[in-house]
Write a protein that binds this ligand. Structure first.
Ligand SMILES: NC(=O)c1ccc[n+]([C@@H]2O[C@H](COP(=O)([O-])OP(=O)(O)OC[C@H]3O[C@@H](n4cnc5c(N)ncnc54)[C@H](O)[C@@H]3O)[C@@H](O)[C@H]2O)c1
Length: 264
């Protein structure tokens, strides 16, 4: 087992990629604190972990609220007294829109959950990791590498900005805490088939365009993101820090965002 005896926090663990990662980390031997703003969803994930023989705690927590995040890490401290892995997965895309279209409340909310949420969690996690080091994984997106989405999406300025900021946060944390044995890396998934992307899947222009412009000719699965997060969480990635891993079936290197603007 690749996380035997380790303690992990996974945020946004009620659905999609976070749920998958919570289940996978537990199967690999970790005690997992599953956090999500949706308390019922995260309790369902906890039951699924328990049914599979794993160890998990469900914590209702809005990562954009520093007090709720402090309570999450106090609970980790109280129950086990240390932390090995933090997967900052909680996020929201918000509605598509460019800089001049997005309303200020949406802009602030997207930055607050994606960027400030990771910031609060890292500040809670670091003191618990300082004894034996640890691994922090920030969930960015290929949105951090391009100016906007393909047809049927267009610009998503708040999300693009938020996910780009996570790359800077990743490098900053890797730089500062490397000497304590804390690694910090970012994951940049392309389109993964989850609830977040369901509205896009109804658009033929989006589905056809993206699949044709992706060398692997399909969308990703949450399990594939969870596997990569597991690799970064585990000692197999012991000399990797400050890095970004893209998991998009080749969409960006094939110039997918440019290509899908053309009629295919
Ligand atoms: N699905 C994709 O195509 C894709 C691609 C790139 C990156 N991502 C990123 O992966 C992460 C997970 O996305 P997903 O596709 O699994 O989405 P999802 O909607 O299936 O799950 C997201 C989970 O995060 C939780 N959440 C939302 N706001 C929260 C908050 N303030 N505090 C705590 N939890 C909160 C939700 O309740 C939900 O359970 C996000 O950061 C997303 O931006 C997703």
């Amino acid at each position: 087992m690749r996380l035997e005896g380790k303690v992990a926090v996974v945020t946004g663990a009620g659905n999609g990629i976070g749920r998958c990662a919570g289940l996978r980390f537990a199967r690999e031997g970790a005690t997992v604190f599953l956090a999500d703003v949706d308390g019922a969803a995260v309790e369902a994930t906890q039951r699924a972990v328990s049914d599979a023989g794993g160890a998990a705690h469900a914590v209702a927590c809005d990562v954009s609220d520093p007090d709720q995040v402090a309570a999450l890490f106090e609970r980790v401290d109280g129950e086990v007294g240390r932390l090995d892995v933090l997967y900052n997965n909680a996020g929201t895309a918000g509605p598509p829109g460019g800089v001049t279209d997005v309303d200020v409340a949406t802009w602030n909310r997207v930055i607050d959950i994606n960027v400030n949420g990771a910031f609060h969690c890292i500040r809670g996690a670091i003191p618990l990791m300082s004894a034996g080091g640890g691994s922090i994984i920030n969930q960015a997106s290929v949105a951090a590498l391009v100016g906007g989405g393909p047809p049927a999406v267009g610009p998503v300025a708040a999300y693009t900005t938020a996910k780009s900021a996570l790359l800077g946060l990743t490098r900053s944390v890797a730089y500062q805490f490397g000497e304590r044995g804390v690694r910090c890396n970012a994951l940049l998934p392309g389109t993964i088939d989850t609830a977040m992307t369901q509205p896009l899947m109804d658009s033929e222009a989006y589905v056809d365009g993206v699949v044709k412009a992706t060398p692997l000719q399909r969308f990703g699965r949450p399990e594939e993101v969870a596997s990569t997060a597991l690799f970064l969480a585990s000692d197999e990635a012991s000399f990797i820090t400050g890095e970004s891993i893209v998991l998009d079936g080749g969409f960006v290197i094939a110039q997918g965002p440019v290509y899908t603007r053309m009629a295919l």
